[in-house]
Design a protein around this ligand. Structure first.
Ligand code: NAD
Length: 542
């Protein structure tokens, strides 16, 4: 085809309201009923073929753990080998597809998700990961649609970035896919991240082995089906649920391992990096290691803060999706001058929060993801109840008879270094330290130095000078920094997402910077009239 097609300019997918009587609400309720009424069998997908190993793991509803939604077939070493071989085979073809052909697959995937697949993927996320309709919509539908559309647009911009050509010469960059496969390891907490980590490298012409989180397997399975329907060729993305450590070990020891696209906890990413380091000399090329990991995200308030805005930011930022967002507000620093008003307003709002089954649309929170998370969060809360200098201001209850429910919990700690102020809990627990308003600059230093993470953070202040002071003092404390807003809810194309320090490689998911990691450019210089003698003019004697 003789053409330089332009990708349609992306815009963010509108968030549907699911208000009573809306058509989207009726469709979503139908999908919830359908998925709750049957058990899905989730196969591996290798080279475009469904593979059933017979060894399965249950996917349950976190808010009703008796209810088995699906059974996921698990990969053993033979299937991992087969996935590597399938990725290698598909690479020969996919890595030379023209960009417009690849782009069309993902633009179609976006449209399928925006329409027919929307209720299915949202319902699977609500049931399998215990998200409310709104939390599922902004994640599984809108963010993943945005990832598809914006990443195609960013890829186009990367390809258009070309060097200068001097007279008589034509220079250009050939943006090659990496030589080998990319390993995508995805977390439970965002269906959109599940979809983005394998597709971002694929958009750049790479082939991928994708290991989903066991607890997100249901929604991720539908994403895989959607990609197939969008026309993704067999073997470009191979879906390999299974025992994480074994699957990873085999993949990381393969000569053609070309990179890892990871989101999850800091410890797991560090372990994967170390394994890659051990095998380094055996790889075809230096692998790209991209990981977005944990956080201990802060909200720091100045005495000039708007109390209602601050209390709202804390409630939404800390408790939406049960605090299981890497960006969730989990430590707050509030000056004594406004604390009583902030506390009362926050507790007033929390008293209205309902926790329960997300299929009941009145609930603001569901359950935490699994038994392991429940036990860990409960242990933090129980220890806090007994710790000197620590007050439980709200919540503190946990019940696991039906689902893994933890009440929204607010802890006040005199000691700003108390463990709940420093460690990632990944649950609905907000720790607050009240500081003397006069110690504003010391508090900023404290916020910066309290935790090893640097993912998200927010400053609430109406005094412009205080905003600027916080922006400067906390420059390295967060990769996503918010002024008078909650630290969650980054939007693709608007707030490129990622943090540094122990929070990751900060390659900014949903941005051009991330896609650059999945290409290895070749610079080509063509000289039209090459020199025909080795001598230079300066060598002549007059
Ligand atoms: P996790 O680290 O437990 O799991 C992430 C993935 O790694 C899963 O697929 C899991 O199966 C796999 N895994 C676990 N152990 C492994 C091992 N030993 N070897 C290889 N793979 C292994 O994380 P999670 O519980 O799914 O997600 C929560 C974590 O993710 C939190 O720490 C959160 O802050 C982080 N997170 C970060 C971001 C970000 O953008 N920075 C976004 C979402 C989540």
């Amino acid at each position: 085809m003789n053409s330089v097609p332009k990708v349609p300019p992306p815009t963010n997918e509108p968030v549907l309201s699911y208000a009573p009587a809306s058509s989207e609400r009726a469709e979503l309720k139908r999908a919830l009923k359908d998925l709750s009424g049957r058990q899905v069998e989730i196969p591996l997908v290798i080279g475009g073929k469904e593979v059933r190993t017979g060894k399965t793991v249950d996917v349950v509803m976190p808010h009703c753990h008796r209810h088995v939604l699906a059974k996921t077939h698990q990969a053993g070493s033979a299937e991992v080998e087969a996935a590597i071989a399938a990725a290698r085979d598909a690479w020969s073809d996919w890595s030379v597809w023209g960009f417009e052909r690849r782009a069309a697959v993902f633009l179609k995937a976006a449209d399928l998700l925006a329409t027919r697949y929307r209720p299915i993927v949202n319902a699977a996320t609500m049931l399998g990961q215990s998200k409310t309709a709104h939390q599922a919509e902004i994640d599984a539908a809108c963010e993943l649609i945005d990832f598809f559309r914006f990443n195609v647009h960013f890829a186009e911009r990367i390809y258009a970035e070309q060097p200068l050509s001097a007279p008589g010469v034509w220079n250009y960059l050939d943006y090659r896919p990496l030589e080998g496969f990319v390993y995508a390891v995805t977390p439970f907490n965002f269906t959109s991240i599940g979809g983005n980590l394998p597709t971002a490298p694929a958009i750049m012409g790479n082939t991928v082995v994708w290991k989903p989180a066991a607890t997100a397997a249901l929604s991720n399975h539908f994403v895989m089906r959607l990609l197939d329907e969008a026309g993704l060729p067999p073997g470009v993305i191979n879906f390999v649920p299974g025992p994480s450590a074994q699957v990873s070990e085999r993949l990381l020891s393969d000569r053609s391992f070309a990179g890892i696209h990871f989101t999850g906890s800091t410890e797991v990413f560090q372990a994967l990096w170390q394994r890659a380091g051990m095998h380094l000399a055996s790889y075809t090329a230096y692998p790209r290691l991209v990981g977005e990991t944990g956080g201990k995200d802060f909200v720091v308030a100045h005495a000039s803060a708007d109390v209602d805005a601050l209390a709202t930011g804390l409630v939404r930022g800390a408790f939406e999706y049960q605090g299981q967002k890497c960006s969730a507000a989990s430590r707050a620093y509030v000056p004594d001058a406004i604390w009583p008003r902030v506390r009362d307003r926050m507790l007033e709002m929390l008293a209205e929060v309902q926790v329960g089954d997300p299929a009941d649309f009145r609930n603001f929170m569901g359950a935490v993801i699994d038994r392991k998370a429940f036990d860990k969060i409960k242990e933090y809360v129980e220890a806090a109840k007994r710790a000197p200098g620590v007050k439980l201001l709200f919540g503190g209850g946990a019940a696991d008879a039906d689902g893994y429910f933890i009440e929204p919990t607010v802890i006040q700690s005199e000691d700003p270094a108390y463990r709940t102020m420093c460690e990632e809990i990944f649950g609905p627990v907000l720790s607050v330290h009240v500081y003397p308003a006069a110690r504003w600059t010391d508090t900023l230093r404290l916020v910066d130095q309290t935790s090893p993470y640097a993912l998200t953070g927010a400053i609430f202040a109406q005094d412009r000078r205080a905003v600027e002071q916080a922006k400067t003092a906390l420059r390295y404390a967060a990769g996503n920094f918010y002024v008078n807003d909650k630290p969650t809810g980054a939007v693709v194309g608007q707030q490129p997402f990622g943090g540094a320090r122990a929070s990751g490689t900060n390659d900014k998911a949903g941005s051009l910077l991330n896609l650059i990691r999945w290409t290895s450019p070749r610079a080509v210089k063509e000289t039209f009239i090459p020199p025909r003698s080795f001598t230079y003019p300066f060598m002549a004697e007059s």
